[in-house]
Design a protein around this ligand. Structure first.
Ligand SMILES: [Zn+2]
Length: 323
């Protein structure tokens, strides 16, 4: 298998690329070259990630927009049954606290919630447990197999892309957890959220942070935050603020949270390069026997350092702002 020659620091091949999807400027440099090491869906095909020189957003170009069925295989982790166990129970408790805090200012006793990329609606179930006022719930997801389970749990289900979802109703809560990095035009999606949000509603958003130690450390080998070729636009805290503001939303809260999955994937792919572990189509990175152990370890480390440093994941609460 031909190995990638990653760009070293300071190199800047003058490759043509689309303008930055956040600030629309055209000046960029090649930031990383990657393959689908995690699910091995696209063989030896190389994908180019560019860094906008203006706002430092990282974006994939060209984006495989017409190949969603290929790059999200049947064994893609979010299509599978939700994991259980102590770590996930603990995470569930933390999620509920986060939701309660984000929803404090919302008025009314009958709230509507939307989860974009929400699969079977398991996170909406957690949201209902966090706030009993949530009574109408909607999932938007690409996975046709999640529909029956979601509807069985009382959620409405739209099978398709968020860009194609229309509703006359407004939502008090929109969950966009690890979603914005998967879409081709994140600013258009944020504008769409603004239209779907009630006046006192909130968008709860989580996305990778490229301005992190592990992004710098693994850039020339393989950084898990690229989730190549499924993450298309990656932000830092400045560029996400810029994108949100220009979309008519406002940041109420931005903090850094544990980026254990990216540390884990980066590490496992580095071990694969050394021939120490096997990762292929049948056993993708998320199903490797070491995955959960490494993730628990990195989560603990990041949990301790998150209050003091920029970890590789950002958590944001957004509200409607002036147009
Ligand atoms: Zn830019």
């Amino acid at each position: 298998m031909k190995e990638v020659t990653p760009p070293s620091e300071g190199t800047s091949p003058n490759l043509p690329a689309s303008p930055c999807p956040v600030c629309a400027r055209g000046e960029h440099r090649l930031w990383a070259i990657a393959k689908d090491y995690e699910y091995c869906t696209t063989g030896d095909e190389e994908f180019l990630y560019f860094e906008c020189r203006q706002c430092k957003t990282i974006y994939l170009d060209p984006m495989p927009v017409d190949r969603l069925g290929v790059i999200y295989p049947e064994n893609y982790y979010s299509f599978l049954k939700r994991p259980s166990g102590l770590v996930h129970k603990l995470k569930g408790l933390l999620d509920r606290r986060v939701f309660q805090e984000a929803m404090t200012n919302i008025q009314g006793n009958a709230l509507r919630a939307l989860d974009v990329g929400g699969g079977t609606g398991w996170m909406l179930n957690a949201l209902k447990e966090a706030d009993s006022r949530v009574c109408e719930t909607q999932v938007v997801d690409l996975d046709p197999k999640a529909k029956a389970q979601a509807e069985n749990d009382g959620h409405r289900y739209f099978c398709g892309r968020i860009e194609d979802f229309q509703s006359d109703e407004r939502f008090h809560v929109i969950l966009a957890l690890n979603l914005i990095e998967h879409v081709a035009d994140p600013l258009a999606m944020l504008r769409h959220f603004r239209e779907l949000l009630t006046d006192d509603g909130v968008v709860i958003l989580k996305t990778p942070n490229v301005d992190s130690i592990d992004a710098r450390l693994f850039r020339t080998s393989y950084w898990g935050g690229l989730h190549c070729p499924r993450h298309w636009v990656l932000f830092n805290d400045t560029s996400i603020r810029k994108g949100i503001q220009s979309s008519g939303l406002r940041v109420r809260k931005l903090c850094f949270t544990q980026g254990a999955p990216f540390w884990t994937w980066s590490t496992l792919i580095a071990l694969r390069r050394s021939g120490i572990v096997r990762i292929d189509k049948e056993r993708p990175v998320m199903q490797h026997p070491l995955h959960d152990l490494l993730q628990a370890l990195f989560a603990g480390i990041d949990f301790l350092r998150a209050p003091f440093s920029k970890t590789s994941q950002m958590f944001l609460v957004l509200e409607r702002g002036p147009r």
